[in-house]
Design a protein around this ligand. Structure first.
Ligand SMILES: [Zn+2]
Ligand SMILES: [Zn+2]
Length: 225
């Protein structure tokens, strides 16, 4: 995939993607092929190249620990620069500013793949940056109820919490099945208590959609959003 996409082309692709992402979440039907064909006509590229670009956008969503549009399997050779631009455009188009991850993580992946990669000296005094990040006002009662309901056991794998906190509580994390960033609600019908392993896997695992699906069949209180 050539990297010389203009910002305008990338933005149009991200706009179409964000729309599909929200339509899918809201059960609004759409035809992917029609969307690619309109973009292809507008920018004089092939439908296939837009489909592939959409898969690059899925990859950025996956790095962000978010769900992607089904059928658009993440395609990872997106390039560090494009990943950063796509992530910024997602924030702009969605109107929320989530912590930036994609640029850093694509760099990590690219360094890891280097054959002769010598031990880095790192940064002795990392510079501070201040960014504005969208956060969500959550209900502490929801977290408390879900943790009580789980009573110290991961609601995914059934294991005991891996450790006790300094406050003497079993440590579990509360996760929203439909992410708040994706428009999910902060309610007990959308939240589960997980051990850190299951929690990370539900964000980043290769089988995360199967894992999410298993939660809905396992816990009757959950409601698909
Ligand atoms: Zn677990
Ligand atoms: Zn989570």
């Amino acid at each position: 995939m050539s990297d010389n996409w203009t910002e305008e082309e990338l933005k149009a692709a991200v706009e179409a993607y964000v729309q599909m992402h929200s339509d899918e979440a809201n059960g609004v039907p759409f035809v992917k092929k029609k969307i690619y064909s309109e973009l292809a006509d507008r920018f004089g590229r092939t439908e296939k190249s837009f489909e592939y670009r959409m898969q690059n956008i899925s990859y950025v969503y996956s790095l962000m620990g978010r769900t992607w549009v089904s059928g658009l399997k993440p395609a990872k050779n997106v390039g560090v620069n494009n990943a950063a631009v796509i992530e910024r455009l997602i924030s702009e188009v969605e109107g929320q500013s989530l912590p930036t991850i994609a640029e850093f993580e694509t760099q990590v992946i690219s360094y890891k793949s280097k054959v002769n990669f010598s031990k880095p000296s790192g940064i002795k005094e990392p510079e501070k940056t201040y960014t504005q990040v969208t956060s969500f006002n959550r209900d502490p009662k929801v977290k408390a109820w879900v943790l009580k309901e789980a009573s110290g056991k991961c609601e995914c794998c059934g294991s005991d919490a891996p450790f006790t906190t300094a406050e003497g509580e079993p440590f579990l994390e509360v996760h929203h099945l439909r992410r708040l960033a994706d428009g999910g609600s902060d309610t007990v019908t959308n939240a589960v208590a997980l051990c850190p392993n299951c929690h990370r896997e539900m964000h980043y695992g290769i089988n995360k959609s199967a894992l999410v699906g298993s939660m809905y069949s396992k816990l009757s209180r959950l409601v698909h959003e």
